[in-house]
Design a binder for this molecule. Structure first.
Ligand code: DI6
Ligand code: FE
Length: 405
């Protein structure tokens, strides 16, 4: 006997991929509803999908639409302070790179994070996570990378883990010690510390689920990526890479060859980068919030990614410098308007493909037998509306592990 039968609903399993249409999904399509009108949950997982089964309890969802819980697979949500002044300077003409080169940018948030206690980081960051949960985000990735010394990186990761204990959502953490080079440090010397000291300590405390690096003219290079990838692999941690955000570096192709789970940003990705991702099965994580907020002019090569069959995820990149946009629904909308993703594609980007970017594709992100029963309930005829209307639509209910959040 199953625990709960959820009945009288329309559900969107998000199980179809580009492969279902021979590699060329119709960009205009909305997600397809399943034929059945119910599913059952037992011990927090979908235990029957689409068929009426005996259960201890029945919940009538009033004919509403059900989607898998959203997964925000790329955020820097734990931080202190803000960068309003820098933003105003950029509006007056300074570039993101110029501000970084002058000791602002990421380094100004590093100063604020180093000065904050773990409790203060949690206090400042928790409302951001709570806002995402209200939009239906049930799995949230959070990166470190504003500490850039051992104690401050550990503090950020502990704060991130605590958010996952304080809210009914799953937090997955990523060690981004290689976000940029701290003030006054030599790049190679700092990267050696990341690899030899910080990463082993982070791994020993079980504080990271993945490792990330920002490959860019203002941060790290291809050799650093190789070194970090080897170190991550020694710790048994998957690799993710900030690649081709502001310029073309070839980081995407290299990361794909090195077995990265995902390459993120990709505005400047080349055809060779796309081919390498397709060959390796790397997920492309698109971050339209950063593109919008920095007023970038070159969108990622979505048509090429689509026709190569590269799974595309969409995430918020929440951070104080390039995406102070605490809304996955807004990013979903921007993925449509600014990047040309269709409704089914963009919604797959915050569900099944986002799960793949976290290495959780067999655990969540779809409504299918055996997967975690994280789902959201909406008063919508067609979830594709979320690519059309911006604002004013939030889930009627959010369930985590089959229980109301
Ligand atoms: N790319 C980004 O857009 C964020 N990090 C990164 O590597 C920005 C981080 C910041 O400006 O604070
Ligand atoms: Fe980022």
């Amino acid at each position: 006997v199953h625990d709960v039968l959820f009945d009288n609903l329309r559900f969107y399993p998000m199980t179809a991929g580009p492969e279902a249409d021979g590699g060329a999904a119709d960009p205009a399509a909305s997600p397809a509803a399943a034929a059945g009108t119910c599913f059952a949950v037992t011990d927090g997982r979908f235990s029957a999908v689409g068929e009426t089964v005996p259960a201890s309890r029945r919940v009538d969802l009033g004919g509403r639409a059900v989607l898998p819980g959203f997964i925000d697979c790329h955020t820097h949500l734990v931080y202190a302070g803000d960068r309003r002044v820098e933003h105003a300077r950029r509006r007056a003409g300074a570039s993101y790179e110029e501000i970084a080169a002058a000791g602002g940018g990421i380094l100004s948030t590093v100063r604020a994070v180093r000065a904050a206690s773990e409790d203060e980081l949690v206090d400042e960051s928790l409302p951001r996570a709570a806002a995402l949960l209200r939009e239906g985000v049930t799995t949230l990735e959070i990166k470190s990378g504003y500490g850039l010394d051992l104690e401050s990186e550990l503090k950020m990761l502990r704060a991130a883990r605590r958010i996952g204990e304080l809210l009914p959502l799953t937090v997955r953490t990523t060690f981004l010690g290689a976000h940029t080079v701290p003030a006054g440090r030599d790049r190679a010397d700092y990267l050696a510390e990341v690899v030899d000291v910080m990463l082993p300590a982070v791994a020993a405390e079980g504080l990271a689920d993945a490792v990330d690096i920002f490959v860019e003219s203002i941060a790290f290079g291809l050799d650093d990526l190789r070194t970090l990838a080897a170190a991550a692999s020694r710790q048994g941690l998957p690799l993710r890479v900030h690649a081709e955000q502001l310029s073309s570096q070839g980081a995407t192709a290299l990361a794909a060859e090195l077995g990265a789970l995902s390459c993120d940003h990709l505005e400047y990705a080349s055809p060779a980068d796309v081919a390498a991702m397709a060959a390796a099965g790397t997920v492309a994580v698109l971050l339209p919030g950063a593109y919008y907020f920095l007023r970038e002019q070159r969108p990622p090569p979505v048509a090429e990614l689509r026709s190569a069959g590269v799974p595309m995820a969409v995430a918020s990149d929440v951070n104080p410098g390039s995406s102070p946009i605490v809304s996955l629904l807004t990013n979903l909308h921007m993925a449509g308007v600014l990047f040309g993703l269709g409704p089914a594609e963009a919604l797959a980007g915050v569900t099944q493909h986002a799960a793949m970017a976290l290495g959780l594709g067999e655990d969540r992100g779809r409504i299918a037998q055996g997967l975690r029963a994280d789902f959201t309930v909406w008063d919508l005829d067609d979830p594709g509306v979320l690519l059309y209307q911006l604002g004013g639509v939030t889930p009627a209910q959010v369930y985590v592990g089959g229980v109301p959040a």
